[in-house]
Design a protein around this ligand. Structure first.
Ligand code: 13P
Ligand code: SF4
Length: 411
């Protein structure tokens, strides 16, 4: 881990791990997909006038502003969102709002980058706290991805490999994917993306021998096995920290899915034991999980799907239904609150919010809206023109994929 000298007055004798200061939002980290310096004067969190201030600033901006809220955001933020959605829906919503001068993205950095790429040149995208990144997205750097591709090229395998990159990645990696004829995907359309990559070219596909799927190994494995009918032995895990990903040429050549060794720290908390425990605690409960959970957890669940799918499933369920849900806690709590006629439990007994999603709170939203209303744009997320053009190719390919959801019922 890299270290830096502590700021004076902190009282540390030893260098402080830079990751700690990154987390606290006091450093800029060129190796991260996010920015971490958060400009602006933050109102105190305890100010009871914050909801009124947010409403007033939003009203003053009128149609000039459009606020997007990801399902994992806090309730206090969702209350001011013009629309809510999963990462796919929010990307589409951003692209469909050419009249809004400002898009305030209440989500994480890679989502705001995608919104900037998909919106027009006169539109500005604001992330209320630039330190709201994604630890999974940080698990794949452009240098690592280039090294992986160089390895595949040297082994004569790159020509028949198609990159399929999860939305949870930096714009530079989406641009790499665009340059190499791949697509972006989200948890809503990962199956369609893989089918497209493997389909013959006369059916509009890319006729891939193998897909390089990054950075979430679990979404890649779950989708390949559950939705495309591939076997676990068709999937190998590429570790970017090891030479040749820790794999032999034969393993790389024979694999249908090269899964990047990345994961979500929130969904990684759910274990098969959590499923056993909740089934014993709530007899008859249905287990509903996000495909970022491990394959072992997904295999034990009843239903699997994106955040949009999870919401839709609960909304359509009759009174008296019982659920144990494995995804971020803000969303599970909101569902429980909205559906008091159903039993809705969190799959893990331990509380776990997404720390970076939670960085966007009412003080940051108020600060952003009041600054915009006063004519100052702070915390703008901007992708340079070349990166944006190449990333857009991969994002447009995703938006052109047919169909809807990866969700399937376990028989
Ligand atoms: P969705 O694609 O379901 O919005 O999920 C995004 C995410 O970050 C999940 O951890
Ligand atoms: Fe990233 Fe996981 Fe948070 Fe989603 S829940 S933003 S994948 S860390």
């Amino acid at each position: 881990m890299s270290t830096i000298e502590p700021a004076s007055g902190l009282g540390f004798d030893e260098p402080v791990p830079s990751a700690l200061l990154h987390l606290l939002g006091t450093l800029s980290d060129p190796a991260s997909e996010r920015g971490v310096e958060c400009a602006g004067a933050l109102p105190p969190a305890g100010d009871p006038a914050l909801p009124a201030r947010a409403a007033e600033a939003k009203a003053a901006l009128g149609d000039r502003v459009f606020i997007l809220g990801h399902h994992y955001q806090r309730d206090e933020v969702i209350a001011f969102a013009d629309t809510t959605g999963d990462s796919f829906r929010l990307a589409s919503e951003a692209a469909a709002r050419p009249a809004a001068e400002f898009i305030v993205f209440c989500g994480v950095h890679f989502m705001a980058e995608s919104a900037d790429i998909l919106t027009g040149p006169t539109q500005q995208v604001v992330l209320p706290d630039l330190a709201a990144g994604c630890s999974m997205a940080d698990m794949a750097s452009l240098d690592q991805v280039r090294t992986c591709w160089d390895t595949l090229s040297e082994l004569g395998l790159a020509d028949r490999t198609v990159p399929v990159v999860y939305m949870n990645s930096a714009a530079a990696i989406k641009a790499f994917t665009g340059r190499h004829g791949g697509t972006v995907c989200t948890s809503s359309n990962a199956a369609q993306a893989l089918r497209w990559a493997f389909a013959p070219s006369d059916q509009g596909g890319r006729a891939a021998d193998r897909v390089l799927f990054l950075p979430d190994q679990h979404l890649g494995r779950n989708t390949a096995v559950r939705d495309l009918g591939l076997s676990l032995s068709d999937c190998v895990c590429y570790d970017p920290r090891r030479p040749q990903g820790g794999l032999t040429r034969e393993e790389l050549a024979n694999a249908r899915m090269l899964l990047w060794k990345g994961h979500c720290s929130v969904h990684g908390r759910f274990t098969p034991a959590c499923v056993d425990e909740v089934r014993a605690r709530i007899p008859g409960v249905s287990v509903l999980v996000h495909p970022e959970c491990t394959h072992e957890v997904v295999s034990k669940a009843d239903l699997v799907g994106s955040t949009e799918y999870i919401i839709r499933t609960v909304e359509r369920a009759p009174a008296g239904s019982q659920w144990a849900i494995g995804t971020e806690l803000n969303l599970v709590r909101r569902l429980a609150h909205r559906h008091p006629d159903q039993t809705i439990a969190y799959l893990d007994r331990t509380v776990c919010f997404c720390a970076t999603m939670n960085r966007i709170d009412l003080p940051h939203l108020v600060m952003s809206l009041e600054s915009l209303a006063a004519g100052h744009v702070i915390n703008r997320v901007r992708v340079d023109a070349t990166t944006a053009e190449e990333a857009r190719t991969a994002l447009d390919q995703m938006l052109a994929l047919p169909g809807d959801s990866t969700a399937t019922r376990r028989d």
